[in-house]
Design a protein around this ligand. Structure first.
Ligand code: PXL
Length: 319
């Protein structure tokens, strides 16, 4: 086995077999020394692994990595599929592993440029994530904390959660820099009765104000619609009081995993140093393109969206 790694072997087997050719020992790219001058960004993604049905970590990992960001994961659970629209899914809770993983990481002196959390399965997991945020913020106060309070959609709390779950998510949102709820989650977090779209601008602004009172200084509210043709996001900066919208053409159908696709694209873009409104615009377009591809292919709406074929263009756009 040792022989396989011996340089002579590699030269004999991987070299050019054409004896007349000259060997070019120049690297294909000449600017690798320049690239190394910049420290690579690192994100921690805290979500479940739904083995089938693109969402949570199977979406966050490729999207964030595609922008050249090192992506560490803290899986909260392993499921055979996500819980939306499938029956009989398996669920292995990984709460017992979280603290040992974090304890091991403590020995490595790690820091993260951002922590991005999504689906969490219990109050205990919420408490663990709150404490990991506190400890990584202590190590680096500039760690950006993005919390997606995944728990509900279409006016309903996901069936796997107890009625009191929004209280736990509210406490997690209070330690975030940016929260990215959808309309249902925003209503649950603020004790606002859920209303179906379209909304008035006054309703959205009141909701954004209530969300800001929870603690995060920046809110990105998804599922915002003022008419039946467009859907998008409202970004609210509580410090400046400015609200900016990123709207797009509404596409019929409820596609799973779009919130994670949007949240991952937003996180990656922010870590690349873009402004919140630029990031929201880019993340909306990236997600809508993925939905269009999925709809055109007539893919089962539970299977997640085809974001993969948009990654290359997204990476180019964000560099
Ligand atoms: O996409 C959000 C999500 C993540 N993880 C699991 C889910 C859902 C939404 O249903 O069930 C396990």
């Amino acid at each position: 086995m040792k022989e396989l790694f011996n340089s002579e072997f590699r030269m004999q087997n991987c070299g050019n077999t054409n004896n007349n050719s000259t060997t070019n020992h120049q690297p294909l790219t000449t600017n690798h020394h320049k690239r190394n001058m910049k420290k690579q960004k690192r994100v921690l993604a805290v979500h479940d692994i739904s083995c089938f049905g693109r969402c949570s970590l199977t979406v966050a990992l490729p999207i964030i990595s595609a922008l050249g960001i090192e992506t560490s994961v803290l899986p909260t659970a392993v499921l055979s599929t996500h819980t939306g629209g499938f029956s009989g899914f398996t669920y292995r809770d990984l709460t017992c592993d979280l603290v040992p993983v974090l304890k091991h990481w403590d020995t490595l002196n790690l820091t993260f440029d951002a922590i991005y959390s999504g689906f969490l399965g219990s109050f205990e997991q919420i408490e663990i994530v709150k404490s990991l945020i506190e400890s990584y913020k202590k190590k680096d106060k500039d760690t950006l904390v993005i919390v997606d309070p995944v728990m509900a959609d279409n006016g309903e709390l996901y069936k796997v959660f107890p009625k009191s779950f929004p209280l736990g998510m509210k406490s997690l949102c209070s330690v975030a820099d940016i929260i990215i709820p959808n309309m249902t989650e925003a209503c649950l977090l603020t004790d606002t009765p859920y209303a179906k779209p379209p909304y008035t601008e006054e309703f959205i602004k009141t909701l954004l104000n209530k969300l800001a009172k929870i603690g995060a200084k920046k809110i990105v509210l998804t599922g915002v619609a003022f008419n039946n043709e467009e859907l998008g996001t409202a970004c609210y900066d509580a410090e400046s009081g400015v609200t900016q919208y990123a709207m797009s053409k509404l596409i019929d159908g409820f596609y799973h995993g779009t919130g994670d696709c949007f949240g991952s694209a937003l996180t990656a873009t922010l870590v690349k140093g873009k402004s919140l409104s630029w990031a929201a615009r880019a993340a909306v377009d990236f997600t809508v393109d993925a939905i269009v591809r999925t709809k055109d292919a007539e893919t089962d709406i539970r299977f997640g969206v085809n974001f993969e074929e948009g990654l290359k263009d997204f990476a180019i756009l964000c560099t």
